[in-house]
Design a protein around this ligand. Structure first.
Ligand SMILES: *[C@@H]1O[C@H](CO)[C@@H](O)[C@H](O)[C@H]1NC(C)=O
Ligand SMILES: *[C@@H]1O[C@H](CO)[C@@H](O)[C@H](O)[C@H]1NC(C)=O
Ligand SMILES: *[C@@H]1O[C@H](CO)[C@@H](O)[C@H](O)[C@H]1NC(C)=O
Ligand SMILES: *[C@@H]1O[C@H](CO)[C@@H](O)[C@H](O)[C@H]1NC(C)=O
Ligand SMILES: *[C@@H]1O[C@H](CO)[C@@H](O)[C@H](O)[C@H]1NC(C)=O
Ligand SMILES: *[C@@H]1O[C@H](CO)[C@@H](O)[C@H](O)[C@H]1NC(C)=O
Ligand SMILES: *[C@@H]1O[C@H](CO)[C@@H](O)[C@H](O)[C@H]1NC(C)=O
Ligand SMILES: *[C@@H]1O[C@H](CO)[C@@H](O)[C@H](O)[C@H]1NC(C)=O
Length: 451
């Protein structure tokens, strides 16, 4: 009887979750042909070629000395076209033409600009393969945008970090190597009203895309790709950023698909396909005893496949602050290790970490409608801190069975909360009578609803 009802619930759940995914897929296929014919590129001519198309002006990097052969250094051309675009007014498009490959060395692209700029990457931008090119430069950056407002980066093209040599020099791959920094492919720092969409970002040296100290960000229709074995190649990293929407994207990397750290809030993640990778993570938080607060995060609609974690909150011993008002819902997992995990003993260091008397407080976290298969027996793990136990955990409609057959279980330490609906494996925390389902607060984000 028991296994029979499991099976029927499982089938219903699969129908509910998989049908929309199939519809997404069908829609994606029908939408993938395009609108780009509106772009009329100035093929040649003087360096200030301006073409009026729907009151937008287009500047091609090819008109500023870029060769686009993947071999010559096109960095100077990128700087020049940016400088001109930034000094004009109105809407400016900077075009990286189709079928060209622009080799760009570490570059700083700064604002503020008078204009609102769209980088239309139709072709490809590639990094130098050789890490020695960074000699004497900041090893944490490749393409670094800072202080630019109303920037869009789009166009269907490709940004390739050529990270292979960086990976083989990583101390995570070969422990005899020193642990040195490596570049984030695309960093957006202090950018307001930013859109990054319809691009493939791949093989980054380290993280692929980072939003740091930004406001009002929409990232959509991205493909972020790197081998499962590539070290620390997070897909999208959100740090000290308020008001972020990440949606309709496919992320397959060697580290977290999405990670959220350092006082970020109002983060809305939906329709994400993730895996391989380390799943969707809040944290790590509280490293080196810092204070931080993450709140109002909703992950709604995700498919995780073969990931090392599903949805995770990780904090170091010794920090302080909060991770609260966080909801993970409508998530389908397939062969995921640690599908649901709160780990307040996180320690990503060569030396073991000591337990301390404080921790970032984790509370008011909801897990709703999470189904699928686990590669491990322990599918729900709440390892909370002795110093500040987890409060207000809420589970509703959870069904996580073993990918390999057999039972699954949950683990609790210092975890308190409530549950509703069907929950398998059964909850192990001490339940409170009040059901605290999070109403995550997402203030209307002007960038989200505009085109
Ligand atoms: C590429 O061009 C940039 C800008 O002119 C320059 O700073 C950099 O040193 C060049 N790098 C290489 C490897 O040629
Ligand atoms: C993405 O970019 C490609 C190439 O520029 C274009 O054909 C396509 O319509 C764009 N897709 C969306 C959803 O904007
Ligand atoms: C690790 O690096 C050391 C020194 O750089 C090298 O001698 C050794 O062969 C490497 N090991 C592997 C497994 O690549
Ligand atoms: C969900 O995201 C995928 C890309 O990963 C996209 O093809 C699909 O259209 C999206 N679904 C919806 C409903 O937007
Ligand atoms: C978070 O913000 C607070 C002030 O609001 C600051 O003291 C703290 O250092 C910030 N934490 C981090 C990790 O940046
Ligand atoms: C399932 O996950 C396990 C553990 O990560 C992995 O070893 C195995 O290859 C995965 N199975 C498939 C079919 O991908
Ligand atoms: C830290 O505390 C946890 C929970 O009380 C305990 O299981 C673990 O052994 C402790 N670790 C160390 C290094 O003391
Ligand atoms: C959780 O919510 C309750 C009620 O709103 C509040 O009193 C408590 O401080 C919150 N806990 C955390 C860790 O944010």
């Amino acid at each position: 009887m028991r296994s029979c009802s499991f099976i029927s619930i499982y089938i219903i759940v699969i129908i509910i979750i998989v049908t929309p995914l199939l519809i997404y897929h069908a829609q994606a296929q029908s939408q993938s042909q395009g609108i780009d014919s509106i772009i009329q590129l100035p093929r040649s001519g003087s360096s200030r070629t301006r073409t009026r198309t729907r009151s937008r002006r287009f500047l091609s990097i090819a008109d500023f000395g870029a060769r686009g052969d993947g071999f010559h250094n096109d960095t100077q051309a990128f700087l020049k076209v940016w400088e001109i675009a930034c000094s004009l007014s109105g809407f400016i498009n900077i075009v990286f033409p189709y079928q060209k490959t622009f080799l760009v060395t570490p570059i700083d692209i700064g604002g503020p600009c008078r204009s609102k700029i769209t980088l239309r990457i139709l072709g490809a931008i590639v990094a130098p393969r050789n890490p020695d090119v960074w000699h004497g430069l900041n090893k944490r950056k490749w393409i670094y945008f800072h202080g630019v407002n109303h920037l869009s980066v789009e166009g269907g093209g490709r940004i390739d970090g050529m990270g292979q040599e960086w990976w083989s020099r990583s101390c995570k791959i070969n422990t005899t190597n020193p642990c040195l920094p490596a570049p984030t492919a695309l960093t957006f720092h202090k950018c307001k009203s930013l859109k990054v969409r319809n691009l493939t970002v791949l093989n980054s040296q380290k993280m692929h895309i980072a939003f740091t100290s930004c406001m009002r960000v929409v990232a959509s229709r991205l493909k972020v790709l790197a081998p499962a074995s590539s070290p620390n190649t997070d897909g999208i990293h959100i740090s000290a950023t308020k008001g972020v929407e990440i949606r309709d994207s496919l992320i397959r990397t060697g580290d977290d698909c999405i990670s959220i750290v350092r006082n970020s809030s109002r983060v809305w993640i939906r329709n994400i396909s993730c895996g391989p990778g380390h799943g969707i993570s809040i944290g790590s938080l509280g490293k080196s005893n810092v204070w931080e607060k993450i709140q109002n995060v909703i992950v709604d609609g995700a498919y995780l496949y073969n990931t090392d974690n599903g949805v995770r909150i990780k904090t170091w011993q010794g920090g302080s602050g909060f991770a609260s008002k966080i909801t993970f819902q409508n998530i389908l997992m397939e062969n995921v290790s640690n599908p649901i995990i709160i780990d307040q003993y996180y320690c990503d260091s060569r030396h073991p970490c000591k337990n301390q008397t404080s921790a970032v407080q984790v509370g008011n976290i909801s897990f709703i409608n999470i189904q699928g298969t686990s590669a491990t027996e322990e599918t729900i793990k709440f390892a909370c801190s002795d110093a500040s136990p987890c409060e207000g955990l809420y589970l509703e409609n959870i069904f996580l069975r073993s990918y390999f057959g057999g039972n699954t279980r949950s683990y609790c330490w210092q975890a308190h909360g409530s549950a509703q609906g069907y929950v398998y494996p059964p909850v192990c925390f001490s339940t409170s009578s009040d059901l605290i389902r999070q109403n995550v607060l997402l203030e209307p984000n002007p960038a989200i609803n505009s085109v």
